[in-house]
Design a protein around this ligand. Sequence first.
Ligand SMILES: C[S@@+](CC[C@H](N)C(=O)[O-])C[C@H]1O[C@@H](n2cnc3c(N)ncnc32)[C@H](O)[C@@H]1O
Length: 270
Amino acid sequence: MEKASVSSLAMAEKSSEEMVVSSDPTTSPQRVLTIVESDSDSVQNESDLQIPDYLQNTYWWAYLHPNAVRFFERQWLVNLILWGNFARLRDHALAEIGDRLEGRNLQVACVYGDFTPKVAQRLAPDARLDVVDIAPVQLENLKKKIDGVANVHLQRQDSTRLRIADGHYDNTIVFFLLHEQPLEARVETIREAVRVTRPGGKVIFVDYHRPSLINPFRYVMIPILRLLEPFAMDMWRKEIIDWLPESMRPAQVEKETYFGGLYQKVVFTR
Ligand SMILES: C[S@@+](CC[C@H](N)C(=O)[O-])C[C@H]1O[C@@H](n2cnc3c(N)ncnc32)[C@H](O)[C@@H]1O
């Protein structure tokens, strides 16, 4: 039984066949990847892994401050923030990967509440879930929530430049991250999520979306998002697929919206 572990320094892969980690921080993960053949977490220079400006400047109160974790890590609160839709949206994301989660799976960025524990519950015995996040405090928090769960691995990584080989994962989940990122970071996160997912695999995004004109929450959310989430309104203006270059477009794109269009699930099948 493998226990959940936080590796702030590296992505480590137990399998000898996988190419996962670039040992040279100056090297783009797309160009050169170093084969890791170790049963222990490998060590990688993390000096180039920095908290992005948008997280530091805009979201420090939500994700970086230790009090943020103490305050927000409440199931009822994350549910309230999504107007009572957290469980429903979580379950729509989970439905995409099925009752039994096989193979290699990636969650890009931690989430308050029971999102990861619920994903972990579905893992087949020989399946694996990797969760990456840039904020050490979030990884530490998640570690407590999934401690003792086999086959869940936490790694400090930047979603905009994942140190992961092309096509490594069967499924990749990005739950409510895109709306927090400014355009450049969002585009890179989408590209990276697609790049690390194998042909035929799924990339699942759940995030904000433009609500219908008759949805009263449309008018409630505009000032809230403008005040607290300055990049989120971008999700109202453009489809996620349109941030992906033509050359990377997946074979299939499915989109569902919920709660009068305020939320969306978009699934790319590569
Ligand atoms: C997934 S989003 C928010 C999800 C949801 N609102 C919740 O309830 O937590 C927040 C997470 O994204 C992480 N994050 C933001 N930018 C990131 C990046 N470039 N790379 C990796 N993680 C990032 C933050 O550290 C934070 O843990």
